[in-house]
Design a protein around this ligand. Structure first.
Ligand code: PLP
Length: 428
């Protein structure tokens, strides 16, 4: 039989972009094992999905036990324990007042539902988003996504009434000379005022939607003051502030949610990825007062919150809580930044950024970042890129990774960059 890559290329749609074509047969904690038995350290978590690593025994046993009992009935058809139990557990870790959950299957769905909720409840249509945000691939989610214009290629008109303001990302700012994040944030807020003065009346705005830390767009954290200003603005104009915490949620930033870390409470949290602990799951979490205004029957899902995904999500949440992994994100972040120090001042490295365990190295080109992850993979470490041009490498380690493994992983990248033939080596 042909190898897996050949078979995949024959039968699977080429529309899906691939970071690698590695044939993976198993995952064990922080490690992936290929069909040929090669062990690869996974610093991607499958794009921020497996915060307690692969095949955690507690998660596996919860999935098996639930699959043995019931894998589907639809939450709208009948009640089942894991659905309610996960919602109950989830609202113990969300910001105060975030006590009511709607389950879907993915991040894009969580965004779609959040936008529907905002439009219906406010009886307004306009959505303000921020340049560089990524919110998913469905038509509505794509309409609010601006991390790469290419995502929209050939798709024609998307959702109307979406307005984009700049996100404070000094390195990507077209305004020269170079300036710091606070100054950049001031410019962005001024542009937001311009938007409200010239493009969309404030009373038309249903929602202000933002990733509190850009994920796909480059692992960029805005100053807290920027998010505080958005909070004040949303309150003042009667719009909902929606935080897309699909990538930042579940401990990645050093708090359960970036909202808590930053100290800014939105009106709606859109969640997915780590929520299901490896199985498909998304959620819209908001105070009951708001959810109760969402007209019954005007949103729904066949698979949303299915029993096995909820059991997996609940077990994952319990492991994060019981093993105190949320607190560990800052420790891991500091360790990664320390180990990346030899790259500071490297001619192809523009910036090393961190926010909790969200760490990125921005290079001067996507050729450099792609060469870096290729070099890391040659050293048996899996990493992926992010950024508007894929010019950054992001680290997304499991939050229970051993320090020794993480050091090994970061050093693989450092080594790859320093020995990249196109790069000028710098002393450590
Ligand atoms: N929002 C953010 C911040 C994301 O990072 C992603 C996916 O990467 C999404 C939404 C979309 O999630 P999904 O791929 O589960 O639809």
């Amino acid at each position: 039989m042909a190898d897996l890559e050949t078979r995949a290329k024959r039968v699977l749609s080429p529309v899906l972009g691939h970071y690698t074509w590695l044939p993976i047969s198993r995952g064990e904690g922080s490690w992936l094992i290929t069909d040929a038995g090669r062990r690869i350290l996974d610093l991607t978590c499958g794009i921020a999905v497996t915060p307690v690593g692969h095949a955690h025994p507690k998660v596996v046993s919860a999935i098996k036990a639930q699959a043995d009992k019931l894998s589907h009935i639809c939450a709208g058809v009948a009640l089942y324990e894991p659905n309610v139990a996960l919602a109950e557990a989830l609202v113990t870790v969300t910001p105060p007042g975030f006590d009511t959950v709607f389950f879907g299957n993915s991040g894009a769905e969580a965004i779609e539902g959040s936008l529907k909720l905002a439009r219906q409840v406010t009886r307004r249509n306009a959505i303000i988003v921020f340049r560089g945000g990524f919110h998913g691939r469905s038509t509505g989610a794509m309409a609010v996504t601006t991390s790469k214009a290419g995502y929209r290629r050939g798709y024609g008109a998307l959702l109307p009434d979406v307005y984009m303001a700049p996100f404070p990302y000094p390195l990507a700012c077209p305004i020269k000379p170079e300036h710091d994040a606070e100054t950049c944030a001031e410019h962005c807020l001024a542009e937001l005022d311009v938007l409200l003065e010239h493009h969309v009346p404030a009373e038309h705005v249903a929602a202000i939607l933002i990733e509190p830390v850009l994920g796909e767009g480059g692992y960029v954290a805005p100053p807290a003051s920027f998010l505080r200003s958005l909070r004040e603005l949303a309150t003042r104009i009667g719009a909902l502030l929606i935080f897309d915490e699909v990538q930042t949620g579940f401990g990645r930033t050093g708090a359960w949610f970036a909202a808590q870390k930053i100290g800014v409470t939105p009106d709606v949290l859109a969640l997915a990825k780590a929520l299901g602990g490896g199985l498909p799951l998304g959620a819209i979490v908001a105070p009951r007062e708001l959810q109760a205004k969402w007209l019954q029957g005007t949103h729904g899902s066949t698979f949303g919150g299915n029993p096995v995904s909820c059991a997996s999500g609940l077990a994952t949440l319990e492991v994060l809580r019981d093993e105190k992994l949320v607190d560990r994100a800052d420790v891991l972040g500091a360790l990664m930044v320390r180990e990346l120090r030899p790259l500071a001042g490297h001619p192809s490295v523009r910036e090393i950024r961190s926010f909790g365990a969200m760490v990125a190295v921005e290079f001067d080109s996507s050729e450099r970042s792609k060469a870096a992850i290729k070099g890391a993979l040659e050293r048996d470490v899996l990493l992926i890129t992010c950024g508007f041009h894929d010019q950054a490498v992001r680290f997304i380690p499991p939050l229970n990774i051993t320090e020794a493994d993480l050091v090994k992983g970061v050093r693989a990248l450092v080594d790859a960059v320093r020995t990249d033939t196109g790069a000028v080596a710098t002393p450590a």
